[in-house]
Design a protein around this ligand. Structure first.
Ligand SMILES: Cc1cc2nc3c(=O)[nH]c(=O)nc-3n(C[C@H](O)[C@H](O)[C@H](O)COP(=O)(O)O)c2cc1C
Length: 158
C-alpha cells in the first residue's frame, strides 16, 4: 500500500498545524473511499528525519517555514544543512511538493522552502506540483492549495 509522507519543519507551530490538516484530509479521503482507495499517511517532524530516510519515500508533501534571514526553523536545522549540502543521495523515486511558509517583509522570502525544493530536485526527486510560497496570511491560500494538491496526488497513491 502506498504511503503519503507529510513532513514539516516548524518553529512556532504554523507549519505543524497545516501538516496536521493535510494528515486529517488524507485520512478523510481514505475513509470516504473505503476499499476503493487505500493509502497510509505518516506525519513526521523533520527534526526526526535523516536525508537517507527520504530514499525509501515515494510520496511526500513538505510544509516548512523560514527563520532568521532565510534560515531553516531551528528545530530542523541539522536536516536542512545536511540536505542542502547533499550531492549524492538518490531521490529519483520521490514525488513531492513543498508548501513554503514565510513573510514577505523579510528579504529572503520563503528561503528555506525554496532551498528544500531545489535540493530535492537536484537529488532527482520529481515535483508533482510547483512549490507554493505563502505569506503570513497562509490560511487564505491553504485550502485551495490543499484541494489542488490532493487532486494531483490522489491518482498517484493508487
Ligand atoms: C524572527 C523571525 C524571523 C523570520 N525570518 C523570515 C525570513 O527570513 N523569511 C521569511 O520568508 N519569513 C520569515 N519569518 C516568518 C515565518 O516564516 C512565519 O512566521 C511562519 O509562518 C512561521 O512558521 P512556523 O510557525 O511553522 O515556524 C520570520 C519570522 C520570525 C518571527
Amino acid at each position: 500500500m502506498p504511503t503519503l509522507n507529510v513532513l514539516f519543519g516548524s518553529e512556532s507551530g504554523n507549519s505543524e498545524k497545516l501538516a496536521q490538516s493535510i494528515e486529517r484530509t488524507a485520512k478523510e479521503i481514505v475513509k470516504q473511499a473505503g476499499e476503493a482507495h487505500k493509502f497510509d499517511v505518516a506525519i513526521k517532524n523533520l527534526k526526526d528525519v535523516k536525508v537517507a530516510d527520504l530514499t525509501s519515500m515515494e510520496h511526500a508533501v513538505v510544509v516548512i517555514s523560514t527563520w532568521g534571514e532565510g534560515d531553516p526553523p531551528g528545530t530542523c536545522k541539522k536536516f536542512c544543512e545536511d540536505l542542502f549540502a547533499d550531492k549524492s543521495t538518490d531521490l529519483s523515486k520521490l514525488n513531492y511538493t513543498v508548501f513554503a511558509m514565510g513573510d514577505k517583509s523579510y528579504q529572503i522570502f520563503c528561503g528555506c522552502g525554496k532551498q528544500v525544493d531545489e535540493s530535492f530536485s537536484r537529488l532527482g526527486a520529481k515535483a508533482f506540483m510547483a512549490r507554493h510560497d505563502s505569506d503570513l496570511d497562509y490560511d487564505a491560500g491553504f485550502e485551495p492549495w490543499e484541494v489542488k494538491m490532493f487532486t494531483k496526488l490522489a491518482p498517484m497513491l493508487k
